[in-house]
Design a protein around this ligand. Structure first.
Ligand SMILES: Nc1ncnc2c1ncn2[C@@H]1O[C@H](COP(=O)(O)OP(=O)(O)OP(=O)(O)O)[C@@H](O)[C@H]1O
Length: 604
């Protein structure tokens, strides 16, 4: 249990009363999610009040049954009282149904809304956020944390309110029924409250650690499953089983401590409560024997005392849960507060139809946020004329992909400007900017959906005929028709497997359908066979026709056909020109050609 000291330190930190207050305050913003459902909430509260009142009135029925029925010996009165009791219980059933249904509905509705709000926020965040936060952890917030909040709102919250009503009502009825006995109960209360507060605090801290450990398990398993082929080809199954087992056991140890504290809490509260009831029965029983109170009064008193005791026990239990939920709420609401680093202009400029220079980089310097000291791009000045094809070449790590990332505003440069049709891209609405660009990545991303969905991702409004037309132009129609279910065949994770060239043609069809002004193309480095390469090349030619194109080039044919070649190295542009001039003027270009391309071709 090497977690113990860390957990204890954690508990120490949490013992500050201010922190405790903060924990419950963190639940408050949840109310803004409940606000739209005021009517449901009011109805639920009404049902809650009515059922609590009926519960309390049952005590009077008990008194009446004993005093008027048993002790007076009247069968008629007993019958009338029992009928009244049945009526009350029927009302109680209706009230309980309404309370349970409405509260659970509210819990489900609010957690659904929070899930949507969190997802809506996540998809708009800047990509570097996802480098700092593991995806498994974000998933667990969307699922586990929201599920916990749902059970809190749908059940714990209603239970604690109900118990609070019953506690207050029960206490009032106790005093009304018998003052002396009530004082016995009052003396017992602090004995019940003190352990509740001590253990409640520990339970909360352990619950947070426990949830963190569960999220770690999810992240770990997710990564292994995603990379299962690497795991198997290195025959690391057994090692991974052991490592995963250790993660699970770590979570179990924390969970065990939490469960132990919580069990103590419940056991102590129940023992103390019933010990108090027993002493009360003894004192009250003596009073009944000596004629100071009626049997019915004692019966009613015991009934109310049990109500008060169970209410206190319920509140003690729910208190721990509410503290757990405070942890989830804090994490979720923190996530809702994250702002994207990519700021949109308040008054976006209107996109110009066209200008002679499609894209201009002016003195652009950029470092990735995770590596602020290492420049990824330095002093970039580049003009890409409208309608032309510009090839980017350079050794690995030269900054070619980074240039694409900045163009799409996944990151903003620390210095300099990037202009699109002569307007600074930070003045444009992000959707306008990104709608104008089409990216075909080196590793095409397919979603686990059918071919229709995957191609239509380029333009969700496209008709079936337009999708087929795009596939034909991308030289993909033929192989799609040979798939088991044609365009309705599933691709992606659980779908049919496509070859690298086929995936690329789907990605090209998607870009054709998008019909962007500017095409960003990252050529595949993996060698395709001659026929596949021919298909992909024909598809690309179709896509590049009359379109400003920026290509990270890996093929000689692309480089030779380009209107301009930009040679990059270590984040800088070292040379620009056409193939023949660069072969003589740029030693790096010559070296790249010799290395990357077939030597005999490079002198063409
Ligand atoms: N997300 C990132 N966070 C931090 N550094 C990064 C990130 N992406 C790239 N880099 C760094 O920025 C530099 C430029 O990388 P970039 O991917 O632009 O090179 P590239 O020319 O496209 O290389 P390749 O041809 O291998 O894809 C490299 O040093 C790389 O390590």
């Amino acid at each position: 249990m090497n977690n113990t000291s860390a957990d204890d330190a954690y508990l120490e930190n949490k013992s500050n009363p201010k922190d405790k207050l903060k924990a419950f305050n963190s639940l408050l913003p949840i109310f803004s999610f409940i606000k739209p459902y005021k009517l449901m909430l009011s109805l639920a509260l009404l049902a809650l009040l009515v059922t609590a009142a009926i519960n309390l009135s049952l005590g009077q029925a008990v008194k009446s049954v004993i005093d008027n029925g048993f002790i007076a010996g009247s069968a008629e009165q007993l019958q009338a009282t029992i009928l009244g009791l049945v009526f009350l219980v029927g009302l109680l059933a209706v009230g309980t149904f309404s309370r349970f249904y409405l509260m659970s509905w509210l819990g489900e509705r609010v957690s659904a809304d929070i899930r949507k709000a969190v997802f809506n926020r996540i998809v708009t965040l800047h990509p570097s956020y996802f480098e700092e936060n593991r995806s498994g952890e974000l998933m667990s917030r969307l699922t586990t944390d929201t599920a916990l909040l749902q059970s809190i709102i749908g059940s714990s919250f209603s239970m604690s309110l109900r118990s609070l009503f019953l506690l207050i009502g029960g206490l009032v009825m106790l005093f009304v029924t018998n003052l002396k006995l009530s004082l016995v109960v009052i003396v017992a209360v602090p004995f019940i409250l003190i352990p509740m507060l001590i253990y409640g605090r520990k339970v909360r801290a352990l619950a947070e650690t426990s949830q963190g450990a569960i999220a770690d398990i999810g992240t770990y398993a997710g990564e292994i499953i995603q990379n299962i082929k690497v795991v198997q080809s290195y025959t690391h199954e057994a090692r991974e089983q052991v490592a995963f087992g250790e993660e699970v056991e770590k979570a179990f140890v924390v969970a065990k401590r939490r469960v132990k504290q919580r069990s103590f809490l419940i056991a102590i509260v129940i023992f103390l409560t019933f010990a108090a009831i027993s002493s009360m029965l003894w004192i009250g029983g003596m009073d009944v024997l000596s004629g100071k109170m009626t049997g019915g009064e004692l019966g009613a008193f015991v009934f109310y005392a049990i109500i008060v005791a169970t209410s206190v026990a319920t509140i003690a239990e729910v208190y721990g849960e509410l503290q757990r939920a405070a942890g989830s709420a804090t994490r979720l609401l923190d996530l809702l507060k994250v702002e994207s680093d990519i700021k949109q202009p308040n008054q976006p400029s209107v996109m110009k139809a066209q200008s002679s220079s499609a894209i201009t980089f002016e003195q652009v310097n950029f470092s990735y946020p995770s590596r602020p000291d290492i420049p990824a791009l330095q002093g970039i000045n580049l003009m890409i004329p409208t309608g032309k094809t510009v090839a980017l070449v350079g050794p690995s790590g030269a900054g070619k992909t980074t240039l694409f990332e900045l163009l799409q505003r996944f990151y903003d440069p620390q210095q300099g400007h990037i202009k699109f049709n002569d307007i600074d891209i930070i003045q444009l609405a992000l959707t306008d900017l990104r709608d104008a660009m089409g990216m075909v990545p080196q590793q095409p991303i397919l979603f686990s959906s059918d071919v229709w969905h995957n191609i239509r991702y380029g333009n969700p409004q496209a008709t079936d005929a337009q999708v087929i037309e795009a596939a034909k132009r991308a030289h993909a129609d033929e192989f799609i028709n040979e798939l088991p279910r044609g365009y309705a065949s599933f691709l992606g994770e659980q779908g049919v497997r496509l070859s690298g060239g086929q995936k690329q043609r789907i990605a090209i069809a998607r870009a054709i359908l998008k019909d962007p002004n500017v095409l960003l193309l990252d050529e595949a480095t993996s060698a395709l066979d001659a026929q596949s390469e021919h298909h992909v090349q024909s598809a690309l030619n179709e896509l590049m026709q009359d379109r400003t194109t920026l290509i990270i080039a890996h093929r000689l044919s692309t480089v030779i056909d380009a209107d301009l070649i930009v040679v990059m190295d270590k984040g800088r542009i070292v040379d620009t020109g056409d193939h023949h001039s660069l072969l003589t003027s740029s030693p790096l270009y010559k070296k790249l050609c010799d290395l990357q391309f077939d030597k005999s071709n490079s002198n063409k």
